[in-house]
Write a protein that binds this ligand. Sequence first.
Ligand code: APR
Length: 269
Amino acid sequence: MKAPPAAATSAAVIPASVCTALLDARHVVVFTGAGVSAESGIATFRDALTGLWETFDPEMLATPEAFLRDPALVWGWYEWRRKMVMRARPNPAHLAIASLASLVPRLTVITQNVDDLHERAGSTGVIHLHGSFFRPRCCACSRPHGVPAGEPDEPDGGRRLEPPRCGHCGERIRPGVVWFGESLPVDAYRPAEHAVRNCDVMFSIGTSAVVYPAAGLPYAAAECGAKVIQVNPAATDLDAVASFNLRGPAGTVMDLLIRTIWPSMPASR
Ligand code: APR
């Protein structure tokens, strides 16, 4: 008989059992999704009304076929999103996660996000499962291409913008992100899977956990005996496998968590 999902706890208090699990942990994994950047003003994908996929059609913008069909539309849209990220700042969740690195014996940060807010908050060795806005490459020879200098000057929602050309083979440059229908980079997925199968505690922060194979990682961790701590204002399919469901915005929950367990740490707000 399957155990009922762990009761959701409001973000007002951090349960003592969460504190104990973290203080006992040798290896902690933090797995994040778009929700961790929501408080930095970056839209998530599936949140009602505000999610990007509420306004934009992923079939038209986030598939290899879409880029073949209309490269200027796709490139312009990603340049607009890169602009939004460049204007954003890490929020208390990113800062709290970065500070964890000096508080636990070993920390691995795995993200589905293509922004650089974890790095700008001070996290190092972040595993980007779905690529990055800051790693464009040639769509034919895959050679990396320099990120266009400065902040893109793109209107809201993007506009048609011809992508630059590869200096080596002359083909078009594509955004360095993983599109629907594409495989995840092996050099990201393999170490991520290894980390989740060898950790004691895994945070799943700000993800709806519906896009696989990334969404399978918290299940793999739970299977291997790790305690999964979900941080999300809403319920997700992960409620069933999480040892703890902390309901609330990541910035509030993670900041409170650090200050509750390590009171001498300065607030990340
Ligand atoms: N703090 C924590 N979680 C939040 C916050 C917040 N402030 N605001 C929203 N959330 C939660 C939502 O409740 C939702 O469960 O974040 C989640 C965001 O889910 P999605 O928009 O589906 O984003 P994500 O899970 O990262 O999407 C996975 O899908 O579109 C593709 O490649 C894209 O990497 C992305 C993947």
